[in-house]
Design a protein around this ligand. Structure first.
Ligand SMILES: Cc1cc2nc3c(=O)[nH]c(=O)nc-3n(C[C@H](O)[C@H](O)[C@H](O)COP(=O)(O)O)c2cc1C
Length: 211
């Protein structure tokens, strides 16, 4: 069964992200088509990136990095639940993403965002980041409005139409998470291999090129 993380991307006391992520998790679990887990980045207590080596070197030295890496390595795909802060994603989520590299590679992602304009600018920000990490981001996206999906800008009451967009996003995410899994070696599926199947294939095809 595919394993999908619903990553709660805000850490602020009183964050709106928590009821949003819980709603996504509740809806997703009812599908019975994957193993969905809510992952709260606040629980990992990550300081601002403090690893001496770049994550792509795969030489993690801190316990908090190893714990975060083991968690992310265990998934095939991700739903990022993101607020919009100054037209981007949250610094906490960007920091948590930056900590790792291969644990994200060759997997798929979808987005649930919220903000005055549905958090759409945060998602565009995340899409560029996903490309650098070799994560395939699906088109369908749940964009929640602070005006119409939060009563008095406070209690989360999503409009019915969002169930449809959530379903579309999860359908695409599962399809792509399954497809991306075929690019990873069995060990790498859980984040252990050093050379990806994709790299192996491109080396073979380069060697096959006529001189
Ligand atoms: C630092 C900061 C910057 C913000 N910038 C934006 C913004 O650019 N666009 C927007 O729609 N909302 C913005 N907001 C409002 C947030 O969408 C709103 O506070 C939301 O509840 C934040 O998510 P959270 O409660 O999960 O932290 C900003 C809020 C904060 C705290």
């Amino acid at each position: 069964m595919l394993r999908i993380a619903i990553i709660l991307g805000s850490t602020r006391p009183g964050r709106k992200g928590e009821p949003v992520a819980r709603w996504v998790h509740d809806q997703a679990r009812q599908r019975n088509d994957a193993d969905y887990e809510l992952v709260d980045i606040a629980e990992f207590d990550l300081p601002l990136l403090d690893e001496p080596m770049p994550p792509s070197q795969n030489k993690y030295s801190k316990d908090h990095t190893k714990r975060w890496a083991a968690k992310i390595a265990s998934f095939d795909g991700f739903v990022f639940v993101t607020p919009e802060y100054n037209h981007g994603t949250s610094a906490a989520l960007k920091n948590a993403i930056d900590y790792l590299y291969k644990e994200w590679n060759n997997k798929a992602a979808g987005f649930v965002s919220y903000g005055s304009a549905g958090g759409t600018r945060a998602v565009e920000h995340l899409r560029g980041i996903m490309a650098e990490l070799q994560v395939a981001d699906v088109r369908a996206h749940v964009a929640l409005s602070l005006y119409t999906d939060f009563e008095n800008f406070s209690a989360f009451k999503p409009q019915a139409l969002h169930q449809k967009s959530l379903k579309a996003m999860l359908d695409q995410l599962l399809a792509w998470s399954g497809a991306m899994r075929t690019l990873r070696t069995p060990g790498e599926t859980r984040g252990q291999a050093s050379i990806s199947a994709q790299e192996n294939r491109s080396r073979t095809s380069l060697a096959d090129q006529p001189a």
